[in-house]
Write a protein that binds this ligand. Structure first.
Ligand code: SF4
Length: 433
C-alpha cells in the first residue's frame, strides 16, 4: 500500500506520524508524497487552537477533493475530540484518535479500496478509560542522523483552564524507563548525535509509575547511556523544576543549556485564572536559580495573551516581566477559545484585534532580548550540530543552547555532512533570526 502522511500541529504529532510511517514501512508498505498517487492519505490533526481545528478541516476537505480515489484516514487531537465533525465531512474512510492505533497496520493489510469507499467511515476512536496505557511506537530514524525525538510521556492531568489537551490526549501516562533507555541506546547506536525528550507534559513524567523514576531519575539514567553527549529537554513547566531536577541539569555537560519554560502571563491575577500553579515571583526565582549555575543558559518562554479578563494593566505587567527575564526566545500566542474548557465560559472575552496587537507587542519585546542573547556569543567558538547542507554548500544547524546558524559555504571544506558536529567561530551574520 502506498501511504502518505500529512501532519499538523506539535512535535508530538510529528513524532507519532513518523513512527507510524516507520511501522508501515516495516510491514512492507511504501511511504510516498502527496503527488505520488497514494492509496491512502493519513492526516494527523491538531485542535490546540481554533485555527488548528479549522486548518485540519481545510486539509481534510482538500485531500478528499484532490484524491477521490485514495482512502482518507484522520488521526490526532481534532479527531479524538470531534469525531462527529469529521464524519460530516463525507469522504473520510478511517477515523482514529490519539491512542491505541495498533489496528492501523491490520487495516492497511486487509483494506480493499473500493469496498471501504462504499462502506463509509470506520471509527476507531477510543475513550480514555482506566486501562489506557502508553502507546508504544517504534524508534524514528531519518536520513540526517542529527537530532532524534524520544517520546517519554503522553497526555496531561493538569487542566489549565484554557487548555483542551487533557481532553484530547487524556491523563498523563509515562513510558516505562527501561523502554526509554533501550530506545535511547538504539538511537545513539544508529548514529544520532542529539536526543530530544518529548511529550505533552514531560515534567509529570513518572507520577503514574509506582516504582518511579521521576524525570530527574530518568535523565540521570539516560546520561549513563553510552555515547550520550547531547540531551535536550522539551518544554518543562516552571513548578516542575525540583531540586533534584535542577541538580541533574546543572551538573552534566551533556544536557543542552536550553530550557523552554512556559510562562503564559506575567500577571498573577491572570495566572490564577488560568489555574497555573505559580506566580511571576516563583518564575523569576526559578530563572535566578538556573542562572546561578548556568549563566549562559538559553531560556525561552511561551506567553499567551488575551485570556478572558486580561486588561491593559495585566498586559503591561506581562511586558514588564519580559523586561526582567532576559529571555533567549519568546513564543507569543493569542488565547483561543476552546469549547469544553472552563475559560471558554468566562466573561470578558477579549476581541481578536486586541489579542493581535498584544501578541505583536509581546513578540517585539521578546525580540530585543533574543538578539541580545545571541550576540553574547559572537567571537566565541561553539559546537554546531549540522542538520542540513544546502545545494550551494551553506550549512544549517544549532548550537547546544539552540542558536540557529547558517554557516556560509566558504567555510565548508566540502565534506561536511548532516549529523556532524563542527566547531565554529560565531559571527553575527551567521545567525538565523
Ligand atoms: S500543563 Fe496546562 S497547558 Fe500544558 S498541556 Fe497540560 S493543561 Fe495544557
Amino acid at each position: 500500500v502506498k501511504a502518505c502522511f500529512l501532519t499538523l500541529g506539535c512535535k508530538v504529532n510529528q513524532t507519532e506520524s513518523e513512527a507510524l510511517a516507520q511501522l508501515a514501512v516495516q510491514e512492507g508498505h511504501q511511504v510516498v508524497r502527496e503527488n505520488e498517487d497514494p492509496d491512502i492519505v493519513i492526516i494527523n490533526t491538531c485542535s490546540v487552537t481554533a485555527a488548528g481545528g479549522s486548518k485540519s478541516r481545510k486539509l481534510i476537505r482538500r485531500i478528499i477533493r484532490k484524491h477521490p480515489e485514495s482512502l482518507v484516514a484522520v488521526m490526532g487531537c481534532y479527531s479524538q475530540i470531534s469525531p462527529g465533525q469529521i464524519t460530516e465531512l463525507s469522504g473520510v474512510d478511517l477515523i482514529m484518535g490519539t491512542q491505541d492505533r495498533r489496528f492501523f497496520l491490520d487495516y492497511l493489510k486487509n483494506v480493499n479500496k473500493k469496498e471501504s469507499k462504499q462502506k463509509g467511515p470506520v471509527s476507531m476512536v477510543r475513550d480514555f478509560d482506566e486501562d489506557i496505557c502508553f502507546e508504544e511506537l517504534p524508534l524514528i530514524e531519518n536520513e540526517s542522523r542529527a537530532r532524534a525525538m524520544l517520546k517519554i510521556q503522553d497526555g496531561c492531568s493538569q487542566f489549565c483552564s484554557y487548555c483542551i489537551v487533557p481532553y484530547t490526549r487524556g491523563p498523563s501516562r509515562s513510558r516505562e524507563s527501561e523502554k526509554v533507555l533501550t530506545e535511547a541506546e538504539k538511537l545513539l547506536r544508529a548514529g544520532y548525535r542529539e536526543i530530544v525528550l518529548t511529550g505533552i507534559h514531560i515534567g509529570a513524567y513518572g507520577r503514574d509509575l509506582p516504582e518511579g523514576p521521576d524525570l530527574a531519575g530518568l535523565i540521570s539514567k539516560l546520561l549513563k547511556v553510552e555515547g550520550m553527549s547531547r540531551l535536550r529537554l522539551g518544554s518543562i513547566e516552571p513548578m516542575e523544576f525540583t531540586e533534584e531536577l535542577l541538580e541533574v541539569i546543572t551538573s552534566s555537560e551533556a544536557i543542552c543549556p536550553h530550557f523552554h519554560i512556559p510562562l503564559q502571563s506575567g500577571s498573577n491575577t491572570i495566572l490564577a485564572k488560568m489555574k497555573r500553579p505559580y506566580t511571576s515571583e516563583d518564575y523569576a526565582r526559578l530563572l535566578r536559580k538556573i542562572r546561578e549555575d548556568l549563566p549562559e543558559a538559553a531560556i525561552a518562554a511561551d506567553i499567551m495573551t488575551g485570556f478572558p479578563g486580561e486588561g491593559e494593566e495585566e498586559h503591561q505587567e506581562t511586558l514588564e516581566f519580559i523586561n526582567e527575564c532576559d529571555f533567549a526566545g519568546v513564543h507569543a500566542f493569542p488565547y483561543s477559545r476552546r469549547p469544553g474548557t472552563p475559560a471558554a465560559q468566562m466573561p470578558d472575552q477579549i476581541a481578536e484585534s486586541v489579542k493581535s496587537r498584544r501578541v505583536h507587542e509581546i513578540i517585539e519585546a521578546g525580540k530585543k532580548y533574543s538578539r541580545n542573547y545571541a550576540r553574547r556569543f559572537i567571537g566565541t567558538s561553539m559546537e554546531v550540530l549540522l542538520e542540513t547542507i544546502e545545494r550551494e554548500g551553506t550549512c544549517r544547524g544549532h548550537t547546544a543552547n539552540f542558536l540557529e546558524l547558517a554557516i556560509p559555504a566558504s567555510l565548508n571544506p566540502g565534506d561536511w555532512q548532516p549529523g556532524q558536529i563542527i566547531n565554529c567561530l560565531i559571527q553575527e551574520e551567521y545567525f538565523v533570526f
